[in-house]
Ligand binder design. Structure first.
Ligand SMILES: [Zn+2]
Length: 259
């Protein structure tokens, strides 16, 4: 039993060992090119959560990892089979209820560890800022290493590309589909452009209809992936986010918190 993972611990532990910080991973269930499992984002959220909470625990942090929310916002995949959508407002209500549980239990520092680009959670932080007796933090873990990304990977990854495929090869290799001669079954992850230059350049945004953007739901080249790349990424994530969680645990909530 790992005392920093709620699903593994027991009441005998929680009644005598209060936590300071709760970490809630937010996943998704959706197709990821032809070779990665539907659970990719939820597996990633759980594994990153375990690694960073373990690192914080080893630094003395009183942190607890909550079970991962397996569903996320998939409205842009509505034409693809079994992309299990939860509308943003529904997700906000659900997460708000879980945040209230933490606060009622005396855990007033809550970190949302988001693992899926479709889950845009910042508006919830704004909405709750004047309504709950706690402090909510948001970490989209896949943005934490933007300064190091090019030192690890060769190709950018939007969805099911080099980074996520490396993640799978390192941490759930039995679920990464390969051909008989050992190659990934996924396509090259190329994407289509819209008819508008302003959208293609990012001056104007849309929610991208995934069945038109991609060939087989992948956006990003997966074939340069390796387990070693993801392990390097995870070591850096555990160092950066484990340190943050340990500092957050030790911090006293006063009038100036978090300044
Ligand atoms: Zn993903």
């Amino acid at each position: 039993m790992r005392p920093f993972i709620l699903a593994e611990t027991n009441y005998a532990h929680t009644k005598t060992n209060p936590y300071e910080v709760a970490v809630l991973p937010l996943g998704a269930t959706e197709p990821h090119n032809l070779h990665l499992p539907y659970g990719t984002d939820l597996f990633e959220g759980t594994i990153v959560g375990e690694k960073i909470c373990e690192a914080a625990h080893n630094k003395g942090g009183k942190v607890v990892l909550l079970p991962t929310v397996p569903y996320g916002t998939e409205t842009n995949m509505h034409r693809l089979p079994l992309a299990m959508n939860v509308d943003p407002t529904t997700l906000f209500r659900f997460v708000t209820d879980l945040i209230k549980c933490c606060i009622n239990s005396g855990v007033r520092k809550i970190v949302l560890l988001n693992s899926h680009g479709g889950n845009e959670m910042k508006p919830l932080l704004r909405e709750l800022a004047d309504k709950v007796d706690g402090h909510i933090f948001l970490c989209n873990w896949y943005t934490v290493l933007s300064d190091e990304y090019k030192n690890i990977y060769e190709h950018p990854d939007d969805h099911g590309g080099e980074m996520e495929t490396s993640f799978g090869l390192a941490y759930f290799p039995h679920l990464v589909a390969k051909t008989a001669d050992g190659k990934l079954t996924g396509d090259a992850g190329g994407t289509a452009k819209t008819r508008f230059d302003a959208i293609n350049r990012g001056w104007v945004g849309i929610t991208r209809p995934w069945h038109l953007l991609t060939t087989n739901t992948g956006s990003g080249f997966p074939h340069a992936a390796s387990a070693e790349k993801a392990q390097k990424m995870m070591d850096l994530l555990a160092e950066r986010l484990g340190t943050f969680l340990a500092e957050l645990s030790a911090a006293k909530i006063d009038d100036k918190f978090p300044y």
